[in-house]
Design a protein. Structure first.
Length: 129
């Protein structure tokens, strides 16, 4: 993978339960496949928080994406934001390296500022390289 490629973990949470989350996640994945995606794979749902008995039933699970750089990341974020607004509920968490972005179906103006900062930080070369 070249130095501009980004590995992104995406988790969708739905308050209406796992069946709705499962069905709706497939619609989101259909739209994501239209982006500049290098790879897409389902992954196990995140581990439950310490002290809890089971994972959140409203988590569909994680999707791991390889994206072709910051422009594709920004497109993914804007698509996810629009998708959440159209369905009027749920949340999407995105993680690139140690950076995380939490999207909901609220205020686009506030999220736009967070998205710009997130994309700029994710596009910076890591100090490990």
């Amino acid at each position: 993978m070249d130095s501009t490629a980004l590995d992104v973990a995406l988790v969708f949470r739905d308050p209406d339960g796992p069946e709705v989350a499962d069905r709706d996640m497939e619609f989101l994945l259909d739209e994501i496949r239209q982006l500049d995606v290098l790879r897409l794979a389902h992954a196990a749902a995140p581990a439950p928080p310490p002290g809890t008995r089971a994972a959140d039933a409203s988590v569909f699970g994680s999707v791991l994406l390889g994206l072709a750089g910051a422009p594709a990341l920004k497109s993914l974020i804007l698509l996810a934001q629009d998708w959440l607004a159209r369905r009027n509920g749920g949340t999407i968490d995105l993680k690139v390296g140690d950076d995380e972005l939490h999207l909901t179906s609220v205020s686009r103006a506030d999220q736009r500022l967070a998205i710009e900062a997130f994309v700029a930080r994710a596009a910076q070369p890591s100090s490990d390289e």
